[in-house]
Design a protein around this ligand. Structure first.
Ligand SMILES: Cc1cc2nc3c(=O)[nH]c(=O)nc-3n(C[C@H](O)[C@H](O)[C@H](O)COP(=O)(O)OP(=O)(O)OC[C@H]3O[C@@H](n4cnc5c(N)ncnc54)[C@H](O)[C@@H]3O)c2cc1C
Length: 504
């Protein structure tokens, strides 16, 4: 059977998702298909979404983006992970770093050896001391990983903190230079084929029609095409993730730029703190069922470490995911496909996966349903694994100081997460259910940080000489400390043009 190639792609929405979809499509399909993006300044974008996972580097690199230029133009700083404060119990502090806890030893993952050492030696320092990004973060240091010097110098990764509006503008310029068209206007109607239900055009308020064969819905929470026109349905996860509101406000920068996001648990949610070059982004994610908007606003403003630069902006959301994000000839990407609160900065990562999968499974005009099935299978797994990971942060709490935390401690959780927690608690083992999701060190950092100490460790670790293993850990810790001591301050690295060198 002959292919009937798609010639016209219409993207609805010009937020982060819309331009993140437009850029690679314009790059890959130049000359083969037109890419038209419709956005309405009247509606605007969500405008938050300032922290990423390391995968954002790979997305940018695939576009051929120069990292120096990108960091300068989006006012970015580097992110080594997240500092968690008061999660698990008030007074708790731990770091979820982008990196492991040292290399495998005798074929076994380092945390197994550490568990053995912690039983044998009374004052064994916390496992976090063997995480390069955690030590760099603690010392406010940063350099790019050095791949030419394997060892501790390349045992970490990094993502970014950036201005979300500037990132979308950066990708817009990129896409427009490669032939994408931008149309400004308010969509007031969606036309569908009377027999198939396929979308044939979107209608603008001024009477213009924009026809296409493939429609990408990046219209935000509402899901203008995927829900309003195609009724894909939505799974609501609020029972396990009760936060449904956020207040966001920028403030003046602190004297030193931290190379990490901070998340501080509060009575009915948590505060984020994201340092950019020119300001600090702050927000309070909370459950309106457990606190008032006024109280949430006070909590946010009291937690700032500089003068507020604006009035706090209110956002509401329903945590969950669209039952199918590819329906007929429409693919939903970004908030229109679902939303899990930004505790681990996963939304942009999910956009990257969706855009990558769409390119990988790019249809022709037959729109074989097998392609949609595969896309929906992968995205369902990705969203559900993110959900589980985030639910874990709430469920594993010993906090009983507010109704919100008592609710979280008692709430039922998905069987998939229950299995992961029980497996770790009983045996120290981690099972990875989503190969594209968080890796073993992330689970170890979060589970141990939240106070789950495994009852057992890998019995095969007992085969290695205890003194030698202890010596290996002591030596590695010294190497990490020595390497970090030589690194520049993160702020200096960001400000020095030579510092913003290309990723190794
Ligand atoms: C509180 C909060 C904090 C977040 N923090 C992070 C984070 O740190 N890291 C992270 O990865 N993600 C984060 N996110 C998620 C991130 O903000 C989004 O994933 C990202 O911005 C993508 O949004 P979007 O493009 O899907 O939607 P939007 O930004 O809402 O864009 C929707 C677009 O659709 C257009 N549109 C809608 N209706 C019409 C119409 N009728 N006609 C024409 N155009 C229309 C609008 O004009 C707009 O251009 C956060 C989200 C929230 C709510």
């Amino acid at each position: 059977m002959d292919n009937t190639p798609i010639r016209r792609i219409v993207i609805v929405g010009g937020g982060t998702a819309g331009w993140m979809a437009a850029a690679p499509l314009a790059q890959r399909l130049a000359g083969q298909a037109s890419v038209t993006l419709v956005e309405s300044p009247e509606i605007g974008t969500i405008g938050v979404g300032e922290a990423t996972l390391p995968t954002n580097r790979f997305y940018n690199a695939a576009l051929g983006i120069d990292q120096d230029d990108f960091v300068a133009r989006t006012r970015a700083t580097y992110k080594l992970g997240i500092e968690f404060k008061d999660w698990g119990h008030v007074g708790n502090r731990f770091f979820h770093g982008f990196g492991d806890f040292g290399p495998a030893l005798a074929g076994r993952t380092p945390h197994m050896h550490w568990l053995r050492l912690a039983r044998a030696f009374e004052h064994m320092p916390a496992l976090e001391n063997w995480s390069m990004p955690s030590i760099m973060a603690r010392e406010l240091k940063f350099v790019l990983p050095n791949k030419s010097q394997p060892g501790v110098s390349d045992s970490f990764s990094y993502g970014f903190h950036f201005d979300a509006g500037l990132y979308a503008a950066y990708l817009r310029d990129y896409a427009l230079k490669r032939g994408a068209q931008r149309v400004e206007g308010m969509i007031v109607g969606v036309e569908q084929h009377p027999d198939t239900g396929f979308i044939t055009a979107v209608r603008l308020r001024d009477g213009r029609r924009i026809e296409g064969e493939l429609f990408i819905d990046c219209s935000g929470f509402r899901g203008l095409l995927i829900e309003d026109a195609l009724h894909a349905g939505y799974d609501d996860w609020s029972a396990q993730l009760p936060c449904n509101s956020a207040l966001a406000v920028p403030c003046a920068s602190a004297p030193r730029l931290t190379p990490y996001t901070r998340s501080t648990a509060k009575e009915a949610g948590w505060l984020w703190r994201i340092p950019l070059q020119h300001r600090t982004g702050n927000g309070h994610v909370y459950s309106s069922g457990f606190t008032s908007d006024d109280q949430a606003r006070d909590t946010l403003l009291q937690g700032l470490d500089g003068a507020a630069l604006d009035e706090p902006r209110q956002l509401r959301f329903v945590t969950g995911r669209r039952r199918k994000s590819w329906v007929k000839n429409c693919v939903a990407i970004g908030l229109s496909a679902g939303f899990v609160e930004p505790l681990e900065s996963t939304s942009i990562n999910l956009i990257e996966t969706a855009v990558g999968k769409l390119v990988e499974l790019f249809p022709d005009r037959d729109f074989r349903p097998e392609l949609a099935d595969e896309f929906n299978r992968v995205m369902a797994l990705r969203y559900e694994s993110v959900r589980d990971f985030i639910v874990m942060h709430y469920k594993l709490t010993a906090r009983a100081d507010s109704e919100f935390w008592r609710y979280c401690a008692a709430m039922p959780i998905p069987d998939s997460l229950r299995h992961q927690i029980d497996l770790f608690r009983e045996t120290g083992r981690i099972t990875i259910l989503d190969p594209e999701g968080f890796a073993e060190p992330s689970f170890v950092a979060m589970l141990m940080g939240l106070g789950v100490v495994p009852k057992r460790y890998d019995p095969l670790a007992d085969g290695d000489d205890l003194r030698q293993v202890h010596g290996h850990f002591a030596g590695l810790r010294e190497m990490i400390a020595a390497a970090v001591a030589k690194m520049p301050d993160h702020g200096d690295f960001v400000r020095t043009p030579a510092g913003t060198g290309k990723a190794a």
